[in-house]
Write a protein that binds this ligand. Structure first.
Ligand code: NAP
Length: 435
């Protein structure tokens, strides 16, 4: 009997696992379960709307989904429509690939004021995540502070300062485009608690900030060291050298006639969000290098702003029925093995780091484990899930249904935008009733 595998979560980690299982040639069936009618997780809702090339990886995922061994079960929520224990009863192997789409908290006073919006929330909003459609971000301010020196911080800053023309080829939803274009934000402060060498930006993303139509990247040359210093890994050192060179170019640019600015600030750790009910600024403590670490200096300064976006990393939530390490915010696992027949991959397994392809080895490792742990199938898998969901009256969205949704999104797009995303699950399901 074929090994029945259920993969919960259809972002990169889920799809790379399915791909790896297919490549292994294992006699298996693979059911890809997602709580939304749309597959691809962070590719659709996390990758920036103006980075369409990055989103093209979905073409490979689509091939996987269309493989005869695979079936997509969209609009099926783990914990509501089917529990993990029920799934484990139905399938020989269950792979958790639900990612990390929640915000980490800064843990400083004032964090809950109106106008503080974590990057996971803000990015989900401008990517038309249905959960965030009713959010109304506070954008009526001339200045925003983005905390963190990673690629998400760069994405957020860029989306805030790009013009409508620069976003024309993106799939930024109209409601977000309108809100951002109407915003008076002219200054975005991108603040890192460590130095330019420690910043986690990749160089392509950093360089892009030097080519924006109306926004200038502002860097103080005094913050830039002459050399990168000791970095063991060659590749890492080259990246840091490139970033430093890019930041030097930014620092050397004359203050031109651009109307918006992205200020790169380093060595500043947030200590308090200022204001009353609404954010009025952020207090930072200056930091300095102390060997490999940075330490506080006791000296503080404030940046006035009406919007604060901590882009300090994502966080997984516990999955009912799976052991969770709440210090690391990951499922307790040994190289992807969680319990007999239960596995985890991607950000839920190892935390929120790495680019899309970083998830590939996770998928490969878990495919190897499944092949080694479960030589033959014993559980019914798909038929049992179909029966269970039918009894519960769940409207399962198949991959064909998703393709109909996607076609409708493409047809509704205003050129040159690639698609006009549905913003609500009810609208997606209503479209399926029509087609
Ligand atoms: P990240 O790369 O881990 O960056 C998080 C940043 O937040 C770091 O600068 C970190 O500083 C800082 N930070 C953490 N806690 C903080 C605190 N309490 N106070 C102040 N600063 C704090 O995370 P990310 O930007 O969310 O990105 C997640 C992953 O997705 C990364 O691997 C990223 O490369 C990837 N990604 C890639 C792209 C792309 O390739 N275009 C786009 C988006 C995301 P420390 O370094 O000091 O901890």
């Amino acid at each position: 009997m074929s090994v029945s595998v259920a993969i919960v979560g259809t972002g990169p980690a889920g799809f790379y696992t399915a791909e790896a299982l297919l490549r292994k040639g294992l006699d298996c069936t693979i059911d890809l379960i997602d709580r939304l009618p749309t597959p691809y997780g962070l590719i659709r809702f996390g990758v920036a709307p103006d980075h369409q090339t990055t989103k093209k990886v979905t073409r490979n995922f689509e091939k996987t989904a269309l493989n005869e061994r695979c079936r997509f079960f969209g609009n099926v929520t783990l914990g509501r429509d089917v529990t993990l224990n029920e799934l484990r009863g139905m399938y020989d192997a269950v792979v958790l690939a639900v990612g990390a789409d929640n915000d980490r908290r800064l843990g400083i006073p004032g964090e809950d004021k109106r106008g503080v919006l974590g990057s996971a929330t803000f990015v989900g909003w401008y990517n038309a995540h249905p959960d965030l459609r009713d959010l109304v971000p506070v954008l009526d301010t001339p200045a925003a502070v983005v905390i963190g020196n990673g690629n998400v911080a760069i994405d957020v800053a860029r989306v805030l300062v790009k013009t409508a023309a620069e976003m024309a080829e993106s799939d930024l939803p109209e409601f977000a485009a309108r809100a951002i274009q109407a915003s008076p934000i002219r200054d975005v402060h991108l603040v890192g608690r460590r130095g330019p060498v420690e910043a986690k930006f990749t160089n392509v993303e950093l360089r892009e900030m030097g080519h924006l139509d109306v926004a200038q990247a502002v860097v103080d040359a005094k913050d830039l060291p002459d050399v990168v210093g000791d970095v063991e890994d060659d590749r890492d050192r080259r990246l840091k050298e490139k970033n430093l060179a890019t930041l030097r170019e930014f620092a050397a640019q004359p203050a031109g006639g651009k109307t918006r600015r992205v200020h790169f600030l380093f060595y500043a750790s947030p200590v308090e969000i200022l204001g009353g009910e609404r954010v009025e600024g952020v207090r930072f403590e200056r930091t300095k290098r102390d060997g490999d670490r940075v330490v506080g200096t006791g000296q503080t300064f404030d940046i006035a702003c009406g919007l604060v976006i901590p882009a300090i990393g994502y966080r997984s939530l516990p999955v009912d029925g799976a052991p969770f390490d709440s210090r690391k915010d990951i499922v307790v696992n040994d190289e992807g093995r969680v319990a007999p027949g239960l596995y985890a991959v991607g950000w839920l397994r190892r935390g929120p780091s790495g680019v899309i392809a970083t998830n590939r080895p996770d998928g490969v490792a878990v495919a190897e484990h499944i092949a080694a742990d479960i030589p033959t199938g014993a559980k019914p898998g798909r038929v049992a899930l179909e029966k269970h969901l039918a009894a519960r009256g769940v409207r399962v969205v198949s991959f064909g249904d998703w393709q109909a949704i996607e076609q409708a999104e493409i047809a509704a797009a205003h050129a040159p935008a690639p698609r006009r995303k549905f913003e609500r699950v009810t609208d997606m399901l209503a479209q399926l009733e029509k087609s």
